[in-house]
Design a protein around this ligand. Sequence first.
Ligand SMILES: Nc1ncnc2c1ncn2[C@@H]1O[C@H](COP(=O)(O)OP(=O)(O)OP(=O)(O)O)[C@@H](O)[C@H]1O
Ligand SMILES: [Mg+2]
Length: 314
Amino acid sequence: MARCLQLAALAAKSDVPVVLLGETGTGKTLLAHAIHNSSTRAGRSFIAFNASAISDTLLESQLFGHERGAFTGAQQTVKGKFELADGGTLFLDEISEMSPLAQVKILRVLEYGEFERLGSERMLTSNARIICASNCSLRERVRLGKFREDLYQRLNGLTLLIPPLRERVQELPALIAAELKAAGLKEGKNITAIHPEAMEKLLHHEWRGNLRELSHTVRAMTLFCNGSVILPEHVVFPPDLETDRTRTDNGKSVPVLGNNQPQNPAIDLSLTSAVRRHVRFVFEQANQNQRRAAKLLGISRSTLARHLRNVVPK
Ligand SMILES: Nc1ncnc2c1ncn2[C@@H]1O[C@H](COP(=O)(O)OP(=O)(O)OP(=O)(O)O)[C@@H](O)[C@H]1O
Ligand SMILES: [Mg+2]
C-alpha cells in the first residue's frame, strides 16, 4: 500500500494516464479523487463516468454531449463528460466492462483529442487527464479479446495495484479504530474499547468486500453496541450463502446460521432477514449497479428489484 501511495503521489505531479487496479471496495474511487485533489488540476472538475452502466444508445451523448434538437427529447444543449472534464480529470470507472462501441469512441478522442457534440459539426477539444479503474486485469481482458489492445496502451501510463485488505493485516487495527471513531460520531455513541475476542474476530475475518465491508461491519457493530465496549456478539459479518451452507447426512445442502451470527435476541436471525441483508450487501458490493448485482446473485434484474423493495419473490 505504501508503494501504491508513493506512485499515486508521483502520478499527481504529472498528467500521465493512470490505471487503478484493485478488487471491489479497495479504494480505487477514493484514490482517483486523491490523485486529482493533489494535482495541479485540483481546482477544476473531477468527472466520473461509468460506461458499464450506460447503454450504447446513450453513450455518445453522455461522452460528447448533444445540441438542442439533436434527437427526440433533446430539449436543451448538454455538455458531455469530456467537455465537462476539460482542464480537470475524467475518471473512467469499471473500464473493463466497457462495450466495444464505448472503447472505440473513447479511443478516438484520446488519439485525436477532438470530438463533436451530437447534432453539431463543431470540433471541440478536451484536455482532460484520464484516470481509469478496473477490478480485473486489463491485460487479461486484452488477451481474452474483450478489451482493445490499442486502448489499453493509451490508458496505461502508470498502473497502480491496490492491495486487498486481507494483505493489509498490519494496518487493520488502525483502520478499525478510524472507522470506529467515525461510526461512533455518526451513531452518537461513545465507544471506548473493543473486547479482545471481538478484535480477534475482526482480525481473522476474510475481508472480501475490503474497506467497504470493513466500514459497514464497524458501523453495524457500533449500532448493536449499547455500552462503551464492543463485545464479540456485536461483530456480525454479512451472511455469505456459500460458506454458510453445510451438508446434511443425505448429502443435500441446507443453509445454516454460521458461528458469526450474534446471540443477541434483538437481532433478527430469520432466513428472510439474512437473504435481505445478503441482497443488500451484494448490491452495495456491485456499487449499486442492479445489472451487476443481479448477475452476481444469479437472479433476474426484476427479482433483484423486488428484493430491494423488500418484497420477497416466490
Ligand atoms: N484507505 C482507506 N481508509 C479508509 N477508508 C477507505 C480507504 N480506502 C477506501 N475507503 C472506504 O472504503 C469504501 C470503498 O472505497 P471505494 O469506493 O473507493 O472502493 P472501489 O475500489 O472504488 O470500489 P468499487 O470497485 O466497488 O468501485 C469507501 O467508503 C471508502 O471511503
Ligand atoms: Mg469505485
